[in-house]
Design a protein around this ligand. Structure first.
Ligand SMILES: CC(C)(COP(=O)(O)OP(=O)(O)OC[C@H]1O[C@@H](n2cnc3c(N)ncnc32)[C@H](O)[C@@H]1OP(=O)(O)O)[C@@H](O)C(=O)NCCC(=O)NCCSC(=O)CC(=O)O
Length: 498
């Protein structure tokens, strides 16, 4: 029995009183994602939650009647959606905990079926297969059929995407770490991965002629290089630029993942040349100037679709689109930020200061140059001075210090990207994304993002992840199965200096 905070029942009671009042027509129920109001009154508090769940989460049909059982009424789905939409954040935690705990897999039934499978091992293969199929069916959580039915009502898929976003937030914030909540996340992810498979996605090119609300969403969803104004946005969908999004029939007008591309002569080493400088040409007159496609921003817009790998699908699909538009194009690369490098470096400097050992980071000669450049005494004082300068970005104002720090920061950044791991994969999430896709860590670029954000996040350094099209499948398998990173030696020679 789930124990909820004592006041929950009261608050829930008040809320459910409001629901009841709404249902009697006393108040107009707000439509939720276009979901029509349900018609059955509900009791308040935990009892109200149990009442709702017991009523709308229908028991799994028996194995024998599983294909013949009539689907539950649509009102069950609507009632569940409306009830959930009316809950506060902490109430949703309680509700989803109860759903996942009490309406999941019948574990007792599974253990009985597992014993039957063991007993059947000496029987005919047909019998074994039949018992295995029963076991497989028995492993279906009771709530899964409700989720399937919800996906068929208007706004249902978007509701489930947002529901998974709530579940992911509960897991990442450690508000809930139960295995049942993880199971609920797994079930939602597998359903969403089916519904958002690449064959069901629609590739849309976004141009200045696209509907205003789409352009507005593209602008607000841009998570990597924020759009400053309409002029900036017009540039990003204008000449020598491409902007693509995947959309889905169940979520019309909602770009699910957005990719911004610059069409250039060579592989770009600087983001300001892409998002700051304005083109002098009004149209793409000289396509011979276009030899490379630079992916300079990719953003998933639906938190609930994390792990569905829409970004990977989109990059691969856009490459094909560009190859058909520019048959001679042979260079496909990202120009990616390196979020986390500066904070990682600050942590290292803090450790060095504590242990009074800076020699791991900089050579004696480099430290001497830094001490002269920052006019500091050697040892902890120099380390602290360097920490402050990097934290504020002040170091970029000193040519002398910049000259001293370039080889140091490039060397440390190469190691951060290549050597620092999380569960044997790249620690940096952007590196992990592109390496998962089969890209090669191709080139580190100094002073590639001189914006305050770029200097603060990664000391202004950016990286190209190069897509060698004939090698991405092999590279992806090597990375995912063997944790082997592909990097281009001569651009990452800094690694040899580590
Ligand atoms: C990068 C994404 C589009 C990937 O989304 P997908 O749906 O394709 O993939 P996914 O959700 O399965 O995640 C795949 C991997 O992306 C990596 N990843 C990268 N950035 C992440 C982020 N901010 N949050 C969560 N994961 C992130 C993770 O390591 C994850 O691996 P795992 O699941 O194993 O942990 C998205 O994560 C996102 O929108 N991130 C925020 C914006 C951003 O950082 N964009 C990339 C910047 S580089 C850039 O924009 C230029 C360019 O390179 O194009």
């Amino acid at each position: 029995m789930l124990s909820l905070p004592a006041n929950w029942a009261f608050r829930g009671g008040v809320r459910c009183w409001r629901h009841r009042a709404v249902l009697r027509g006393a108040l107009k129920a707000p439509d939720v994602n276009g979901v029509r109001r349900y018609s059955t009154p509900i009791r308040g508090g935990v009892a109200g939650m149990e009442d709702i769940l017991a009523r709308v989460v229908a028991p799994l049909p028996t194995y024998e009647t599983r294909d013949k059982y009539p689907p539950p009424p649509e009102s069950n789905s609507l009632e569940f959606m409306h009830f959930y939409a009316g809950l506060e954040k902490e109430e949703k935690l309680g509700f989803l905990t109860k759903l996942s705990h009490d309406f999941g897999v019948d574990h007792k039934g599974i253990s009985e079926l597992a014993l039957r499978l063991l007993d059947a091992q000496l029987r005919a293969l047909a019998t074994i297969l039949q018992v295995e199929d029963r076991l497989l069916y028995g492993l279906t959580p009771r709530y899964k059929q409700l989720l399937n039915h919800i996906s068929r009502v208007e706004g249902g898929v978007k509701f489930l995407v947002d529901l998974r976003a709530d579940v992911l937030e509960m897991i990442s914030s450690k508000a809930s770490e139960t295995p049942q909540i993880r199971d609920l996340n797994g079930t939602l992810k597998s359903l969403l991965s089916e519904w958002f498979s690449v064959g069901l996605l629609r590739l849309e090119r976004i141009t200045w002629q696209s509907p205003c609300d789409i352009l507005q969403r593209i602008s607000q969803y841009e998570a990597v290089h924020p759009v400053r104004n309409w002029t900036d946005l017009k540039r990003r969908v204008g000449p020598y630029r491409r902007c693509y999004a995947f959309t889905h029939a169940t979520m019309p007008g909602e770009p699910l993942v957005v990719l911004h591309v610059a069409l250039t002569e060579d592989i770009s080493d600087n983001i300001q040349s892409i998002v700051r400088e304005f083109a002098t040409l009004d149209s793409e007159e000289d396509v011979n100037k276009v030899n490379a496609a630079i992916f300079y921003s990719i953003s998933s817009t639906q938190a609930g679709l994390q792990g569905v790998e829409l970004g990977n699908y989109l990059i691969k699909r856009v490459v094909r689109e560009l190859q058909s538009e520019f048959p001679h194009m042979a260079q496909f690369s990202s120009l990616s930020p390196i979020p986390g490098f500066s904070s990682w470096l600050q942590g290292l400097l803090g450790q060095c200061k504590k242990e009074g050992r800076g020699s791991d980071l900089l050579s004696e000669q480099e430290w001497e140059q830094v001490e002269q450049a920052v006019d500091s005494a050697p040892g902890p004082a120099a380390i602290e001075a360097l920490r402050k300068l990097i934290a504020t970005g002040e170091w970029t104002r000193s040519e002398r210090l910049t000259r001293v720090l370039e080889p140091v920061l490039m060397r440390l950044c190469a190691w951060y990207l290549y050597g620092e791991k999380r569960r044997d994969y790249a620690l940096n999430p952007v590196a992990n994304f592109h390496l998962q896709n089969g890209a090669t860590m191709w080139r580190l670029n100094w002073s590639a993002d001189t914006s305050p954000r770029g200097v603060a996040n990664s000391c202004g350094i950016m990286v190209n992840y190069r897509y060698y099209l004939n090698e991405t499948s092999k590279n992806s398998a090597l990375y995912l199965q063997n944790k082997v990173y592909m990097y281009f030696f001569c651009s990452f020679f800094y690694l040899m200096l580590v």
